[in-house]
Design a protein around this ligand. Sequence first.
Ligand SMILES: [Zn+2]
Length: 370
Amino acid sequence: MKEDYYEVLGISKSASAAEIKKAYRKKALQYHPDKNPGDSEAEEMFKKSAEAYEVLSDPDKKARYDQFGHRAFEGGGGFGGGGMNMDDIFSQFGDIFGGFGGGGFSGFGGGGGQRRTKGSNLRIRVTLSLEEVANGVEKKVKVRRKVQAEGVTYKTCSTCGGRGQVTKIQNTILGRMQTAAVCSACGGSGQILDSKPNDADAQGLKVTEETVSINIPAGVEDGMQLKVPNKGNDAPGNGVPGDLLVAIETQEHSTLKREGDNLHYDLYVSISEAVLGTSKEIDAVGGKVRIKLEPGIQSGKILRLRGKGITSLNGYGSGDLLVHVNVWTPKELNKEQREFFEKMNGNDNFEPRPEKSDKSFFEKVKDMFS
Ligand SMILES: [Zn+2]
């Protein structure tokens, strides 16, 4: 069982963005590997705090986590969140500690102070049908991403000597302080371009088209974003590729309306079908479904087909398909029909006599959401 992100950072669910940041800063300082060499428990806590902060500091991810918990970040596509590596964690620090090397650490990851640069992220939009949303789908998309050109070589940056950062001595109210800044010549990677083929850009990169397969879990919603790690642009030198960020867009279905994991379908039947009973084919995800209507079915009745809705993103089963029965009253009648209905006027069987099971619309809606 994964620990609650709020508990990891020791904050309440109502914590403000500033409080979240403050709490993470405290944990990161407490568990930093430089302060706890060889302590695997501290390293574990360090990683957990970073992961919690990564989610809770992002309004999008936080909202998803608040709604779905850890399950929001599971599934094929791998929502951002779980499984951060040390590179990811340290790249977060510029934001937290206000500058590379801030906070008084000797270096990152206990190593030589060099940080692997990350390539830029790419963004694409994927449009899904209701069927694809309902069951999940693997999408193959063509992505134009920059990769290191064949034959390109990099050499150690002479400005920083390969360390990726330059140090400066500053006089402050606390005395002389040594601060580190990202090397502007190499962008922090410690490497610069040595030689490149003609068709590569100034960083030795070249655009190629690649087919990327994206596993989209069932139950995603319009506006969500999935992350495919390492399918963004390559970084020059020994950097790591950026990510491919996939924005989900969902198409409206012609007859089925989605509401959370439930689907709604409006079924229209004639007066005679309602009186005599009938069986009808209705739309469902994954094909048509035949349902039976008992003789005497009332307009407004809702039939619930369990499990015929959307497979839940949080992994707990599926929603239902709710069929709303609407009895269609004819607007025009021929002479014979008119005579029949006139004859039935006042007939005992035609008198409304609602029973408890024929709940009003409002009671049914109340039931559905309770
Ligand atoms: Zn450099």
